[in-house]
Design a protein around this ligand. Structure first.
Ligand code: SAM
Ligand code: SF4
Length: 336
């Protein structure tokens, strides 16, 4: 049976009839940056034995593909800091065209200069690079340690290797609000799509996220005075609403979990580096697959996935004004 035939019989469909075709797979909880909205300054990272091995990740990917998953996005933490990541990407890349339609990656870009070519060779065609500021001092402040030049060099290397680059920018009141329009122009000049993201209340960090929370409906209204934004027909089943930016050839995405709920068409689940699979970014509903994979029980993995799908929540319930985060885990656990 081909992967497509298997998926037709055996697909991952939840109790609301939503079919899961997209998996975000975190390959590490570690990162070389400490973005203020994402991580605490001091993080306790997991011991290696708790993280899925590459063999386990590939085995899990194969199960997902057989059950109808068509797109896998590698994320983290920072995926490119995991040692030997190019070998994993190459192993998964072999599945492109044979079950998998697309393999992509979300990265902070610090290691991209080194990995752009291997990613391209493995079949990756698109990467998302997070870039919240193009001012070196601000960039260092927001990431608590990042070197902007490294990231800009990584973006250039990715473009030179023939990878389409989409920039992800978390919109932060009082931190990068004044850079949003310049960022859009910079992206337009380079042919990069830009996605703006509202801060989401995930995991305890030192700061009060509501201090920097910036609702994107305000930003969209502001940008509309300068650019012709036409709602795009593009729907990815993901959280972004897209706009064509007139005269530039690029698209602007707005990820608005707080000002516009995006859950009704959700087609995704999220795998943490430990093999815990979450049905929703905004809930703790999960199943643990690592021990099942290690025990070699395919039936048990399928049963756990069925349980996850049966209980996949209708949507998240983020509230930026709430005293506590919606879920205790940090975004670096599930990778966005
Ligand atoms: N390290 C990689 C990176 O930064 O692109 C991949 C993982 S990171 C968790 C994925 C995305 O989530 C990044 O674009 C980051 O800016 C975003 N992110 C992290 N914490 C967030 C939060 N609390 N609210 C909204 N976006 C967040
Ligand atoms: Fe690291 Fe990405 Fe989180 Fe920043 S957003 S701390 S780069 S995982």
């Amino acid at each position: 049976m081909t992967p497509r035939q298997a998926a037709a019989e055996n697909g991952l469909v939840d109790s609301f009839g939503r079919r899961v075709t997209y998996v975000r797979l975190s390959v590490t909880d570690r990162c070389d940056l400490r973005c203020r909205y994402c991580m605490a300054e001091t993080m306790q990272f997991l011991p290696r034995s708790e993280i899925l091995t590459f063999e386990e990740i590939v085995a899990l990917a194969d199960i997902f593909i057989e059950r109808g998953v068509r797109r896998i996005r590698l994320t983290g933490g920072e995926p490119l800091v995991r040692r030997g990541i190019d070998a994993l990407v190459a192993a998964l890349g072999v599945r492109i065209g044979d079950g998998l339609d697309e393999l992509t990656l979300t990265t902070n870009g610090t290691q991209l200069a080194r990995f752009a070519e291997p990613l391209r060779r493995a079949g990756v065609r698109r990467v998302n690079v997070s870039l919240d500021s193009r001012d070196p001092a601000r960039f260092r402040y927001i990431t608590r340690r990042g070197d902007l030049d490294k990231v800009l060099g990584g973006i250039e290397a990715a473009a030179a290797a023939g990878l389409a680059v989409k920039i992800n920018m978390v919109a932060l009141r009082g931190l990068n609000e004044d850079e949003i329009e310049p960022m859009l122009r910079w992206c337009a000049a380079r042919g990069h799509d830009l996605t703006l993201i509202e801060t989401m209340p995930l995991g305890e960090v030192e700061e009060d996220r509501s201090d920097h929370y910036l609702p994107l409906d305000v930003i969209r209204d502001r940008l509309e005075r300068r650019f012709a934004l036409t709602p795009s027909l593009r729907r990815t089943g993901g959280p972004a609403r897209y706009y064509e930016v007139g005269g530039t050839g690029i698209r602007l995405g707005l990820i608005t979990p707080l000002t516009g709920n995006f859950c009704e068409g959700c087609n995704r689940i999220r795998v943490a580096a430990t093999g815990t699979v979450y049905g929703c970014l905004g809930h703790d509903q999960k199943v643990e697959l690592r021990d099942l994979l290690r025990a070699g029980g395919r039936g048990a993995v399928d049963e756990a996935l069925d349980r996850l799908l049966a209980g996949k929540p209708r949507g998240h319930a983020f509230d930026i004004a709430a005293a506590r985060p919606a879920v205790p885990r940090h975004m670096s656990v599930t990778g966005g």
